[in-house]
Ligand binder design. Structure first.
Ligand SMILES: NC(=O)C1=CN([C@@H]2O[C@H](COP(=O)(O)OP(=O)(O)OC[C@H]3O[C@@H](n4cnc5c(N)ncnc54)[C@H](O)[C@@H]3O)[C@@H](O)[C@H]2O)C=CC1
Ligand SMILES: N[C@@H](CC=O)C(=O)O
Ligand code: NA
Length: 818
């Protein structure tokens, strides 16, 4: 024998009931014995409460609600039974029953009173109507059924609203009834009766309770709870989009999950069945073929350590502290005694072993009462200053990981706190029961969704991670990056288990957000049509408010302003990847501060493309230093555009034309004067110096400019090109001089000790920089270990594809680390 229960919205509408009839027909066809429990049609219990309240207040609008109630059931009968004899019988029977309810409501209206006893009777009409109608529909579908009013078999005391079951008597009646009634019994959930035939109800989760009592009384082989979701999920799917069904879990785990508000089952009411170890299946009426969740006592120590993640979304944390608490027995008893006396339920308790403070979480609504109760209990100590007044912190929530197997696996808490820490979520209080069934952490309420997602990703989807990108600047590099992401997303998803979503995008005019990810196929149109003007402060505010896990800010501009927001962004625990050199090459103190904040917040501040574009220059330098090498000299051709210009300028075209070409090819900075003046190279050698630990500032880099003075002083880019054109002969002369000596021109940067210099040099065949071509960069590291033959990094050091790819790779690295 199996006990099935259908409830909530799965009995909300005749169409859905038809689905249930189909499921039950299937059961009947297999020849298995079963009985089925129904709760009232979705929303009906609340409507009955509302009618009674109106009637009690003398408000005759209760009549309209009653009419709607009656109509709803008649419509269900018509829809389910059509024009048949059974329809007429059912409809009439229902009218007779509802007439009683109508009179009852009128009685309440007259005496202006709805006692708990009366209310239980009123509420019984919900289950009695639904179970009766469905039993008739099943009969019509060929399943021989009988409607069973559970008041006949479940006996309770007279605690109306939440009656206590007389198990012995109920089990006996259940057994007897089922022996005498071989047809499929269609049972009303939630209701029972007390001595004298008085109607009672079973309290929260009442219909589950009915099913559980039947299962225990009948020694059933299984209970199936049919609802409107795919079993118990790893997390609340409204908050965690990637939550999935937990295929098996233990009773204890199911109880923990439900305590935290996974509303699928209400285990306290399932106790009778659980005590007899009857397995429980949670299934979806809308997807009957789906396996759902099996809850049983089988635990599998080999299985996943964490089964589910849950939260309580609003708590207040009260802390009692003071010097008078250390080593004094009875303090905890007094605190919790006072709270018990005030009728306050405690959600979580923590005390550090210094015994200096005890914290407990309660519902915010009772926090003030809790404070008063404890302060009254400790009035004497508070007056003497040995116990402090109670500190109440609000706007908090509790997130918890749940699983029986946690106790077998070390490292679970480490993972928990790493996931929270990397997302900038501060743990206010921590509690873990010694059963290790759950680890609970109190955090800020605003971080709840982010925390749930971060934890879910960390424990269930370690091979499935979503990165949330906020990209500012969609020029050459930014635009190419978006193209690369769009092209590579499928590979990353399938091969690396990584989803890269661009959730914020801005150019110099507009900004655009979509937490689900902006469609990269037409980001240009979307940005053009966006109605929000770019405002960086607002952009940063939105990043914070969206509060998404694994958020990364990508600055693809050359703008100074944006760099001023970096500190704030890192402080919000958002990582940064940028090709923009402004932040790293401005004041040394700011550079240091950014690194410190990133470290403090456990996020990444990365800028590999600042030097050598996509070439691994900064990472190589870091590897050398981290592994204990000492840098003695760095020499390099660090400008892609100058490299290209000198490799291309052969006298056949004017110098200005070659510079223009370098700009068109995307090698120069948005303002090419920055490259030609040596400023860009100066920034790069400065960054390398800083990475080696030399605290240089820009003024300390000596630049030996090769530009004629008028070019250096040109007011804007167009004036600059005019000067380059006018001074064509000057550049030709530079070239000829080099050519006469069979040399080539190179802009070379050098760092030796604390001295950084930059200058143009004519180099011959014996010089390693001689052979460079295209936009090549070449960085030569001389170190203690690489002293005779230095370590060399060489390759294209500018250009859209290689630079964007460098940024993209860095984004993936950040994602892998987080
Ligand atoms: N082009 C290259 O080969 C390399 C470039 N970089 C760096 O990459 C960055 C971007 O360079 P490109 O893409 O070549 O320049 P770009 O001029 O093509 O793109 C920059 C974009 O940023 C936008 N922008 C400027 N200020 C903005 C603001 N406040 N808000 C929103 N958008 C803003 C501009 O409108 C422009 O579309 C620069 O910092 C550059 O130094 C780094 C390595 C190599
Ligand atoms: N404009 C730069 C691009 C890379 O940072 C260069 O020419 O090297
Ligand atoms: Na690089």
């Amino acid at each position: 024998m199996k006990v099935l229960k259908f409830g909530g919205s799965s009995v909300g509408h005749p169409d859905r009931i038809r689905g249930i009839v189909e499921i039950l027909k299937g059961y009947y066809a297999t020849g298995d014995h079963f009985t089925v429990v129904f709760s009232a049609f979705g929303g009906v219990t609340d409507q009955l409460i509302e009618m009674s309240e109106l009637a009690e207040q003398g408000d005759d609008r209760y009549g309209q609600l009653f009419d709607a109630f009656s109509e709803r059931h008649q419509t269900a009968i018509t829809t389910l039974l059509g024009e048949t004899a059974l329809y007429r019988e059912t409809s009439q029977q229902m009218r007779r029953s509802h007439e009683v309810l109508k009179n009852l409501l009128y009685g309440i209206f007259l005496v202006r009173e709805a006692s708990p006893r009366t209310m239980d009777y009123v509420l019984s009409f919900g289950e009695r109507s639904s179970a009766y109608i469905i039993s008739q529909a099943l009969q019509q579908a060929g399943v021989p059924t009988e409607f069973l009013d559970a008041r006949r078999i479940i006996k309770t005391d007279k605690t109306f609203g939440n009656a206590k079951v007389n198990f012995e008597k109920s089990y006996q009646k259940i057994k007897q009834h089922y022996v005498e009634h071989p047809k499929v019994q269609v049972v009303t959930g939630f209701i029972a009766s007390a001595k004298g035939g008085l109607t009672t109800t079973l309290g929260r989760g009442g219909s589950d309770y009915t099913a559980s009592l039947l299962a225990a009384g009948l020694k059933a082989s299984a209970i199936e709870i049919w609802t409107d979701v795919n079993g118990v999920l790893t997390a609340d799917p409204r908050r965690v989009k990637k939550a999935f069904t937990i295929p098996t879990m233990t009773y204890a785990e199911a109880m923990e999950m439900s305590h935290f508000g996974a509303k699928v089952i209400y285990p306290p009411t399932l106790m009778p069945a659980l005590q007899q170890r009857i397995p429980l299946y949670i299934k979806n009426t809308f997807a009957p073929e789906f396996e759902g969740t099996k809850v049983s006592e089988d635990s599998n120590p080999e299985g996943a350590a964490v089964r589910g993640i849950s939260s309580i979304n609003n708590v207040a944390l009260c802390t009692v502290s003071g010097t008078g608490m250390f080593g004094v027995p009875g303090i905890a008893a007094r605190i919790f005694g006072a709270l018990a006396q005030a009728g306050i339920n405690i959600i979580l308790i923590t005390q550090g072993s210094s015994e200096h403070a005890i914290s407990f979480a309660v519902q915010p609504a009772v926090a003030e009462d809790a404070r008063l109760a404890v302060e009254a209990a400790f009035a004497f100590e508070i007056e003497r200053g040995v116990v402090n007044t109670v500190k109440v912190e609000r706007e908090l929530c509790v997130v918890a990981i749940i699983g029986e197997n946690m106790r077998y696996q070390p490292g679970i808490s480490g993972r928990l706190f790493r996931a929270l820490g990397q997302n900038g979520i501060n743990a206010v209080a921590i509690a873990q029961g010694s059963s290790e069934l759950n680890v609970s952490v109190v955090i800020a309420k605003e971080d709840e969704t982010k925390a749930l997602n971060a934890l879910h990703e960390s424990f269930f989807l370690s091979d499935h991670k979503t990165l949330h990108l906020f990209i500012v600047g969609v020029g050459l590099i930014g635009g190419t990056l978006l193209q690369q992401i769009q092209k590579q997303n499928e590979y990353l998803r399938e091969r690396r288990g990584m989803e890269v979503k661009v959730v914020g995008l801005a150019n110099s005019k507009k900004m655009l957000f979509d937490a689900e990810g902006i469609d990269l196929a037409d980001w240009k149109d979307q940005l053009r049509q966006a109605d929000t003007a770019i405002d960086l402060a607002v952009f940063v505010g939105r990043m914070r408010d969206l509060n998404l896990s694994n958020s990364i800010f990508v600055d693809n501009t050359a703008d100074k302003k944006i760099a001023t927001f970096y500190e704030h962004i890192l402080d919000e625990s958002i990582s940064i990847s940028t090709p923009n050199k402004i932040a790293t090459s401005s004041g040394y103190l700011q550079y240091q501060r950014l690194k410190r904040i990133a470290e403090k917040r456990g996020v990444q501040f990365r800028y590999e493309t600042n030097v050598g574009a996509g070439l691994p220059v900064i990472s190589t330098l870091r590897d050398l230093i981290d592994s204990g090498d000492r840098i003695t000299k760095i020499e390099g051709v660090l400008s892609g555009s100058l490299s290209y210009i000198f490799n291309t300028f052969d006298g056949s075209r004017p110098f200005a034309a070659v510079v223009r070409e370098a700009k068109e090819k995307g090698f120069t900075e948005p303002d090419p004067r920055i490259d030609l003046s040596g400023k860009d190279v100066a920034r790069k050698i400065l960054i390398l110096a800083r990475e080696t630990g030399v605290a240089l500032d820009a003024e300390q880099v000596t630049i030996d400019s090769f530009l004629p003075q008028e070019a250096s002083e040109a007011a804007d880019v167009s004036a600059f090109f005019t000067v380059l054109e006018e001074r064509a002969a000057y550049f030709e002369q530079l070239l000829q001089q080099a050519q006469q000596e069979e040399k080539v021109l190179r802009m070379i940067a050098t760092l030796e000790g604390e001295i950084a210099t930059i200058g143009i040099q004519a180099v011959g065949r014996d010089n390693p920089f001689f052979t460079l071509s295209g936009s090549d960069n070449m960085i030569v590291f001389t170190t203690d270990r690489y002293s005779v033959r230095p370590l060399v990094v060489r390759g294209p050091g500018a250009g859209a594809e290689v630079t964007a790819a460098g940024v993209f790779a860095e984004i993936i690295q950040i994602g892998t680390l987080s």
